[in-house]
Ligand binder design. Sequence first.
Ligand code: NAG
Ligand code: NAG
Ligand code: NAG
Ligand code: NAG
Ligand code: NAG
Ligand code: NAG
Ligand code: NAG
Ligand code: NAG
Length: 482
Amino acid sequence: MDLEKPCMSSIWGGLRRPSWGLILLVLTALAVSWLHVTTKTDLSTWEVTHTQIPHPPIQHQKTCSSFYLHGSVPKRKVVMSITDFGGVGDGKTSNTNAFHRAVEHLKGYGEKGGSQLNVPVGRWVTGSFNLTSNFTLYLEKGAVILGSKDPKEWPVIEPLPSYGRGRERLRGRHISLIHGNGLDDVVITGQEGRIDGQGRMWWKLWWNRTLEHTRGHLLELMNSHNILISNVTFLNSPFWTIHPVYCSNVVIKGVTILAPLNAPNTDGIDPDSSSYVCIEDCYIESGDDLVAVKSGWDQYGINLARPSSNIIIRRVSGTTPTCSGVGIGSEMSGGISNVLVEDLHVWDAAAGLRVKTDRGRGGYITNITIANMTMERVKIPIRFSSGSNDHPDEWWDPNALPVVRGIFIGNVTGVDIRQAPVLEGLEGAPFEGICMTNVQLDGIGPPATWHCESVVGDAIGVSPMPCSQLQRNGSSSWCRHS
Ligand SMILES: *[C@@H]1O[C@H](CO)[C@@H](O)[C@H](O)[C@H]1NC(C)=O
Ligand SMILES: *[C@@H]1O[C@H](CO)[C@@H](O)[C@H](O)[C@H]1NC(C)=O
Ligand SMILES: *[C@@H]1O[C@H](CO)[C@@H](O)[C@H](O)[C@H]1NC(C)=O
Ligand SMILES: *[C@@H]1O[C@H](CO)[C@@H](O)[C@H](O)[C@H]1NC(C)=O
Ligand SMILES: *[C@@H]1O[C@H](CO)[C@@H](O)[C@H](O)[C@H]1NC(C)=O
Ligand SMILES: *[C@@H]1O[C@H](CO)[C@@H](O)[C@H](O)[C@H]1NC(C)=O
Ligand SMILES: *[C@@H]1O[C@H](CO)[C@@H](O)[C@H](O)[C@H]1NC(C)=O
Ligand SMILES: *[C@@H]1O[C@H](CO)[C@@H](O)[C@H](O)[C@H]1NC(C)=O
């Protein structure tokens, strides 16, 4: 059984029985690269703790506020503070009960104009708590919610039906720090408050291979609709940071997500089996994909058949040294379609765009548009791959081949790019309708040859010269009409 590995460097997770010598060597290498990273990004400890957090300016016209019921942050009838429920923001006292009491109480206003829970300046340690409907969690200036370092405060819940098991370990998974299931109209916002998962303890469990159950997300919303997450910073998630699954009408806007660049599987935002999701004006730096669109894993995802569709990812920027700016997959068994990625800016990353799938996944990836991506110092700017050989159990179906068709990539510029694109489709299920227009990748030094297998498409105005599989010279209708 394979464990989820960080996308490129499988230093710890991939080794079955590392020798101590090797561990020492790797530790030294990590320490050295960490020092390097520290000087570059000004992170001074293992967890991100800096007080000056960059925030993306919001000054653009295009917006997807229409994806959320009320457009912007709504006024709720009742507003209370966590201190009304006995909360203490001293950075030590547990506020788990205070949050539980608050939500239990405010739930009563769901049909009476809704409610808002304010978290004032302070450091509020808590275990996992659930949100409720017609509800706003509001982090005032200087408010920091800190995830408990006690794993028991992150109880184990059922695996997702589209995964059949925990993503990293069999059976159940730790619940997210902030959680919601079956909710309608939920807002998380404020004046640049922070939600800090204090994930280091969990990364260590993963590194030293003593993790018992799949790590929890920092924020997970399941089966929920009309969600707005804005003007909040998410730090140090144990696992994927924001995970909307089986949701619709989700807006994530003006959010900053930070985790150490070596923190395993700390994806920024993972829309999963969800539709009408808009991610706008976000800054993300982490140890995994900035944004990864998913829809379930092999036979479990195929059976549930809950696609991700109508997803917009706009004006997202950031860095991830081992992973990609935007990833599609690799779990995509419920299907992924109609994804628009605009104005993505990625630097010092392993990949700009990555499409990942595999035999056994089934499902489809169709109608994906990437427009105006800019990249600096990226290893492989555009990468399609299959064959990660990462399956939930032995009952996956080798005949379940994914359909990948219609990937349109236009107006891409890259400088200091290390390698030409690598496009590897699946033998017996080629990726079709790949169209690239106006793609300029600089700094690739001869030979700047593309690597293409089992892909078919067109390229117009692409440099360096693409592989022959993409040289149908605009003859396919897909490229002409896009
Ligand atoms: C939320 O508010 C709307 C509008 O007031 C109401 O129709 C709905 O029943 C409320 N939902 C819940 C779960 O309280
Ligand atoms: C939160 O909701 C989940 C179901 O999604 C449930 O398993 C868990 O017990 C709830 N936690 C609390 C504290 O109510
Ligand atoms: C693994 O890491 C956890 C969390 O830091 C620690 O409690 C545990 O003792 C470590 N186990 C081993 C075998 O190093
Ligand atoms: C986010 O903060 C900015 C700047 O304070 C404010 O203009 C904007 O209305 C806020 N947006 C949302 C959706 O909370
Ligand atoms: C393809 O996706 C875009 C959004 O990215 C959408 O506007 C368009 O209607 C989709 N095309 C089809 C044929 O579904
Ligand atoms: C392209 O994206 C860059 C950065 O992501 C942005 O600054 C620029 O305005 C965009 N250009 C267009 C034409 O949208
Ligand atoms: C690429 O840029 C040109 C010129 O700015 C613009 O007309 C065209 O619509 C863009 N294409 C895409 C796919 O964004
Ligand atoms: C497409 O155009 C290129 C350059 O003009 C040429 O070398 C190549 O043979 C053409 N491919 C096809 C399939 O016509």
